[in-house]
Structures are given as structure tokens and as C-alpha cells.
Design a protein around this ligand. Structure first.
Ligand code: NAD
Length: 497
């Protein structure tokens, strides 16, 4: 019997009106575990209607009430996170420890959102003119839309909805159709924590549901994370429909290793950041820029470490799981043919890995390519798999120039023991998140996450202060408590006295 994953609208699981569905795989087994419903325009309408109906009461709930529901959600999530990790591994394929890490980083945002009463404090200027005070308050937007990618089915929604909800908005989330169950689990858990029906809704679907959200007149904002072409489309379409948009796109993250770096630490970092989550992370390191004098040694230390990695079912204590779909696995594999044709050296070939898992799983092993030409699509495309490309450079300056010429600017890292070089790099690099001897510099929840160039469209990053800014609109109030001296006619623009 087929299991169907329903939408979660108005506090209930609903089948909706659409009859279209899409298979959800267990990537380590290559089997279909369920069918997810693909919402129609009518299904998005009913989710938005539920969110709109819930908004006035949620907006008017006291800060204390909202904070207490977020706190309870945090406690439940912390207590039951292993259930969620199992869901993530069974649909995404990432190993259980990595799934736990994803949840931990999402929980950080819930912690941050629980401090919303402090974050919503406005500003007050007393007596700006005689007897006149000016103050500003931050108010919620209303119904907000979130559209998330497959690679972090829990963490990316958690970047947004705790802050949106704590700030008094109501939410419609459209998660990735490839691993959609985590979204329902989170929404049901928040309901269990006491969130009123309709504050947090999940509509499953593909382009049809996304377009319905982008065009819906009641939806005030769109928070999107996914690939660059879709991020661009979301930014343009949602903006054309008058919405506030933050659209985070794809990446090609470079790690620059200078000759004075500790090569063992750099090799560890390159392996962890290149192959963790099978390279399906927007902050994965996919290009290693090695200065010539240390490149041979670095490549050999990385290859040595790679030989110890165990690829297999994420439930079996492996280091790296499968890729998300067979189609994606085949696409990643095709880049090795390109690499060979373009003159790169295949140092470690992941095409036929030994795996601890079912043969039908979507397997691809850790792969190391050396001497990758900058003109090759292996370098220019976001491969989004466990493929680390080494590009050799003669100097810091050449490495920096390569990074700054990339159309992406999500994350980058420099490995060096030279503080001056690191400081220069931090100032000169045109990338939104920079690691100094830290390969995956994902900012903590009280800073904000987002890239530059084609890695992000819009001017508010995710979570942290910019997340609060995105999900609130400021109102400035000028107030005077009248007394008879304020009378008189004056058509001039108000000035201060
Ligand atoms: P994707 O762009 O294919 O899909 C993202 C979302 O958009 C999904 O919900 C999907 O259903 C929807 N979508 C897909 N095609 C669409 C279309 N034509 N019209 C409207 N909606 C559409 O991305 P993905 O494969 O799920 O995720 C991987 C990508 O996400 C990678 O490029 C990765 O770098 C990026 N990513 C970026 C960040 C970041 O913070 N910058 C974080 C995580 C992932």
C-alpha cells in the first residue's frame, strides 16, 4: 500500500485538491518510501487563507505568550531530535551524526528566536521638539512564505520560521519535494508546543505551488533557499508581485591554502568540508586553491585521508551517505568524464565506491581532481556532490583573484598561520562568509547567514539581526499630547522648536 504525505494546513493534515504526487526515495536503498502530494493553486490558497485567518490573534498574542510557545517548541525539539535525525537520514541520506548536526544548528535559531521580546524592542527619542516624542516599533508583516531546498530539510526551514513566528507572523512553508517529511514533523511538533492552528502551515509541491505562493496577493514576503537559477527567478517574480524577498542561491566555495599553513589541519579541513553530507552543502568546499610549493604534499595528505572514509547507509556508522537521487548521482558522475576530457587528473575516483549499503542506493564515492582548468565546467558549475577540485596557484594574489572572479560568493576559507595575510584576505575577498582556518564558516544564529554575488538576491540575509529585520516592518510614531499652546494655523512643513 502506498503511503501519502499530506499537507499540514490549519493545524490538520489534509490531502488537498491536487491529485499529482511525487515519489520520495530512501537514497541508501534506492526504494520509494512514500508519495508526497504536490499542491495546486487551490491548496496554496487554502494554506494562505488559514495563515491569514490566524494572523490577527497571533500578532496580538503577548510577547510573553509567543515566547513561551517558542520555548516549549525548543524543549520538545531538543528532547525528540533523534526522531527527526532518523527522518532526515531516511529521506536525504546524510549520515545520522550529520543529521544531528543539522538539527543542532537549527536549534540555535530557535534559541535566538526565543529572545524575540528583546529583539523587537524599538527606539525612543524623548522631546525631539518641545512636547513631542518619536519612537519606532517593529511589527510583523502578516503571512510569510518560505521555500526550502532538499539539502537541509530541517535546518533551512529552521533558519526562518522560528524567527518569523516569534515576531508575530504566520507562515506557509513549501519544503523540497525530495525530502518533505521533516517539515510536517516540525510543524506538528510546534502545534504540540501550543502554537495556534494556522500559524504554521506546510504545503508540499513543486513549481505550481511555488508560483502560487509567489503570486498570492496576501503573501507579504518570500524567503527562498535553493539553486541560483531558481533563486533569481524567485527574486524577480516575487518582487514583481510586490513582495519582500530574500533568495539565497548556489555556491562554489574556495579554500585557499598558503604555504605556511599547518598542512595536516588543512588536509583534515578539506576532507571534512569537501565530503561531509556527500558535498551536498551550500557551504561545502568544492575548490581547493593550493599554492604550488605545498600543492603536491597537500594533495597526497588529502588522498591518504580519503582512503579511510567509509561510504554507505547513514544508519550504519558510515562517514558519507548516498546522493539524493539517481539522476543527481549520474549527473555528478558525468563531471568525471568532463574532468578527464578537460585535462584534469583524477587522483581519487568515486565512480565505483565500496559501500556498506544496498546496491541500489544512489552511491558516489569521495572524488579528488587535481590540476582542474578554470575553463572547465568542473570548475565553473556547482556540482553539489563529493568532488573536490584542486587548482594550483602561484601566490596569495592569484588565489584571491580566482575567488573574486567567481560568480558565486557564498563562503570561503583561508588556511594560514600569517595573521597579516588572513586579515588582508578578510578585507579583500568578495564573499559573504569567510573562514580563517575554519572551512565551513556558517555564522552562529545571532549573526546572519548569506552570500554575495549570485549566491544571494535581496538585501536581508537569513536569521540573526537581518532575519529579524526581514520579518518585521518598522513603524515610526511622532506623538504630542495636546495642550492649548499647540493651536494655530501653519501650512509649512513641520519643523522643530
Ligand atoms: P532547487 O533550486 O532545485 O529547489 C529549491 C526549491 O525550489 C525547492 O523547494 C523546489 O521545489 C523549488 N523549485 C525547483 N525548481 C523550481 C522552479 N522551476 N520553479 C519554482 N520552484 C522551483 O534546489 P535544491 O536542489 O533543492 O537544493 C540545492 C541547491 O540549494 C544548491 O544549489 C545549493 O547550493 C543551494 N543551497 C543554498 C544555500 C544557501 O544558503 N545559499 C543553502 C542550502 C542550499
Amino acid at each position: 500500500m502506498t503511503t501519502y504525505l499530506n499537507h499540514f494546513i490549519g493545524g490538520k493534515l489534509v490531502e488537498g485538491e491536487s491529485t499529482r504526487t511525487s515519489p520520495v526515495f530512501d537514497p541508501a536503498k534506492g526504494t520509494v518510501s512514500k508519495e508526497v502530494r504536490l499542491g495546486s493553486v487551490a491548496d496554496v490558497d487554502s494554506a494562505v487563507a488559514a495563515a491569514a485567518a490566524a494572523f490577527p490573534e497571533w500578532r496580538d498574542a503577548s510577547l510573553a505568550k509567543r515566547q513561551s510557545v517558542v520555548f516549549t517548541f525548543r524543549e520538545l525539539l531538543n528532547a525528540r531530535k533523534s526522531e527527526l535525525a532518523e527522518i532526515l537520514t531516511s529521506e536525504h541520506g546524510k549520515v545520522l551524526s550529520d543529521a544531528a548536526g543539522e538539527i543542532a544548528r537549527g536549534l540555535e535559531v530557535v534559541d535566538f528566536a526565543a529572545g524575540m521580546p528583546h529583539l523587537l524592542k524599538g527606539e525612543y527619542s524623548e522631546n525631539v521638539s518641545t512636547g513631542v516624542d518619536v519612537y519606532s516599533v517593529k511589527q510583523p508583516l502578516g503571512v510569510v512564505g518560505i521555500i526550502s531546498p532538499f539539502n537541509f530539510p530541517a535546518m533551512v526551514p529552521l533558519w526562518f520560521f522560528p524567527i518569523a513566528i516569534a515576531a508575530g507572523n504566520t507562515v506557509v512553508l513549501k519544503p523540497s519535494e525530495k525530502d518533505p517529511s521533516a517539515a510536517n514533523w516540525l510543524a506538528e511538533l510546534f502545534a504540540e508546543a501550543g502554537l495556534p492552528d494556522g500559524v504554521f502551515n506546510v504545503v508540499h509541491g513543486d513549481k505550481e505551488a511555488v508560483d502560487a505562493l509567489l503570486e498570492h496577493p496576501v503573501v507579504k514576503s518570500i524567503s527562498f533557499v535553493g539553486s541560483t537559477p531558481i533563486a533569481k527567478y524567485i527574486y524577480e517574480t516575487a518582487a514583481r508581485n510586490g513582495k519582500r524577498v530574500q533568495a539565497l542561491g548556489g555556491a562554489k566555495n574556495h579554500m585557499l591554502v598558503l604555504p605556511d599553513a599547518d598542512l595536516d589541519l588543512a588536509a583534515d579541513a578539506a576532507v571534512n568540508a569537501g565530503f561531509g553530507s556527500a558535498g551536498e552543502r551550500c557551504m561545502a568546499i568544492s575548490v581547493l586553491l593550493a599554492v604550488d610549493t605545498v600543492a603536491d604534499e597537500l594533495v597526497s595528505r588529502i588522498a591518504e585521508r580519503m582512503s579511510t572514509l567509509k561510504t554507505g547507509d547513514g544508519r550504519r556508522s558510515c562517514d558519507m551517505g548516498p546522493l539524493i537521487t539517481k539522476v543527481h548521482r549520474d549527473k555528478v558522475a558525468s563531471y568525471l568524464d568532463v574532468a578527464e576530457a578537460d585535462g584534469a587528473t583524477v587522483v581519487v575516483d568515486g565512480r565505483n565506491p565500496d559501500v556498506d549499503g544496498e546496491p541500489e542506493g544512489f552511491w558516489f564515492g569521495p572524488t579528488l581532481l587535481d590540476n582542474v582548468p578554470l575553463s572547465s565546467t568542473v570548475y565553473t558549475d556547482e556540482i553539489f556532490g563529493p568532488v573536490l577540485s584542486v587548482v594550483r596557484v602561484s601566490s596569495y594574489a592569484e588565489g584571491l583573484e580566482i575567488i573574486n572572479n567567481s560568480r558565486y560568493g557564498n563562503g570561503t576559507a583561508i588556511f594560514t598561520n600569517d595573521g597579516g595575510a588572513a586579515r588582508r584576505f578578510q578585507r579583500e575577498v568578495t564573499v559573504g562568509m569567510v573562514g580563517i582556518n575554519v572551512p565551513i564558516p556558517v555564522p552562529v544564529a545571532y549573526h546572519s547567514f548569506g552570500g554575495w554575488k549570485e549566491s544571494m538576491f535581496g538585501d536581508s540575509k537569513a536569521y540573526g539581526p537581518q532575519g529579524v529585520h526581514f520579518f518585521t516592518q518598522e513603524k515610526a510614531i511622532t506623538s504630542r499630547w495636546l495642550d492649548p499652546s499647540h493651536g494655530g494655523i501653519n501650512l509649512g512643513f513641520p519643523e522643530h522648536d
